[in-house]
Design a protein around this ligand. Structure first.
Ligand SMILES: [Zn+2]
Length: 400
């Protein structure tokens, strides 16, 4: 199949005017100007006309479990209060509510041109009941806040591995997952080729808890029976690095709260991947994300939506716009790379996802090429509708 479009944006390399992509099976065989492709390839022609064709977007951090919590929790600046509020909301939901939430979330993400999702689920036993309509990494989210229970990792593997092609483990955060649980996740990963993710240094409350043994998160977790003897000796980052809980294979969500010494540690730390969630970040009013410094230290930064308990929808286009509002030095091209190439790198899929190049999976989206003076990357980032055309794994599908 040959797909022709007014502009093809391969991400690796420059945009191609009157471009074409040759798809063979579920992979891309070639990408070039339409005239050049026509000389070497024949096949069914899909002419998209005045469209911009780009790789499907990659959401590197979300929790589809909580899709139904959209608009339920108001932003009030306290991370600990938000945890209390989400726990109260969760107590009202049934297993069927969560299954529905995951399905509705997938459909919404797909409408917004997302073709790959890293989805953390607190209910790995429900994963088997959902057939994902986009490429999905299922991360079993693990919490053993009161007593260390490293066996949770093995249980999640037993639930996810037989039913999902791509899966991983997500000890929730250093304030809810024990170091024994992190250690068990690392142990398992040595024998299996899967991915690991966690939340780290997200909020000022978390920083206060670990560094100062005080604050609302410290008080709340102590009140529910968490042993607090790991608090009072350093920052959340230094705690996880000291215990060798995180390494190069990890995808670290947030990393908002870092002090001067943390940046020194990061210089020598394994170069894990970092997911930034711009609108969730704004919802909580977290400290400014140190994008430039983290990039300068060699960390790969990708984008996620987080859950709808702290965001209004699952559009990565909106995440890109929010990031551009907050980071005046960034270009639309750079933020699009974060939602494509960088997400692929984090998932161990460099050259296979988030790019239009020979050998990559044929996950593509097309957007209308609206006439204006804006460059193609500005037009992409400005897109607010349902994606009108989409290809997933070589099949043309409806996005809506
Ligand atoms: Zn999260």
């Amino acid at each position: 199949m040959i797909i022709r479009s007014r502009i093809v944006v391969p991400m690796e390399g420059e945009p191609i005017e009157d471009g074409a992509v040759v798809v063979e099976g579920n992979r891309i065989a070639s990408v070039a100007r339409f005239d050049d492709v026509g000389r070497h390839h024949s096949g069914h022609l899909v002419d998209l006309g005045e469209h911009i064709l780009l790789p499907g977007l990659i959401n590197a951090h979300c929790h589809l479990d909580y899709t139904m919590l959209r608009g339920k929790i108001a932003p009030h600046g306290s991370f600990t209060e938000w945890i209390r509020a989400i726990n109260a909301e969760k107590a009202r939901l049934t297993e069927q509510d969560y299954i529905d939430a995951i399905s509705v979330g997938f459909a919404e993400a797909r409408r917004f041109g997302t073709t790959t999702i890293a989805n953390l689920t607190a209910f790995p036993h429900l994963a088997a009941t959902v057939t994902e309509p986009v490429r999905t990494w299922w991360f079993g989210e693990l919490i053993d806040v009161r007593n260390p229970n490293p066996g949770l990792a093995d249980k999640a593997v037993a639930l996810l591995k037989p039913v999902k092609k791509h899966w991983g483990l997500a000890p929730h955060a250093p304030f809810t997952a024990s170091k024994q649980l992190y250690a068990r996740c690392n142990e398992i990963v040595r024998g299996e080729g899967f991915l690991l993710t966690t939340h780290l240094a997200e909020s000022a409350d978390e920083m206060q808890m670990f560094r100062d043994r005080t604050g609302s998160l410290f008080d709340f977790l102590r009140s529910i029976g968490r042993p607090m003897n790991d608090c009072g000796s350093g920052t959340p980052l230094s705690f996880l690095l000291q215990t060798e809980a995180i390494g190069q294979r990890w995808i670290i969500a947030h990393l908002n709260e870092l002090d001067r010494h943390d940046f020194i540690l990061l210089g020598d730390a394994p170069k894990f991947h970092v997911v930034h969630c711009p609108r969730s970040h704004t919802f909580f009013g977290h400290a400014t994300f140190a994008l430039d410094r983290l990039q300068a230290l060699g960390f790969n930064i990708c984008l996620g939506t987080d859950s709808l308990a702290s965001n209004s929808d699952l559009s990565l286009f909106a995440e890109m716009r929010e990031l551009l509002r907050n980071e005046s030095g960034l270009s639309p091209r750079e933020v699009l790379a974060m939602a494509t190439l960088n997400g692929a790198l984090a998932l161990g899929q460099r050259g296979l996802l988030g790019t239009i190049q020979p050998g990559a999976f044929a996950d593509l989206v097309a957007l209308p090429n609206v006439p204006s003076d804006a460059d193609v990357f500005e037009k992409i980032v400005a897109f607010e509708e349902t994606v009108p055309w989409m290809m997933l794994n070589g099949d043309i599908v409806t996005a809506g």
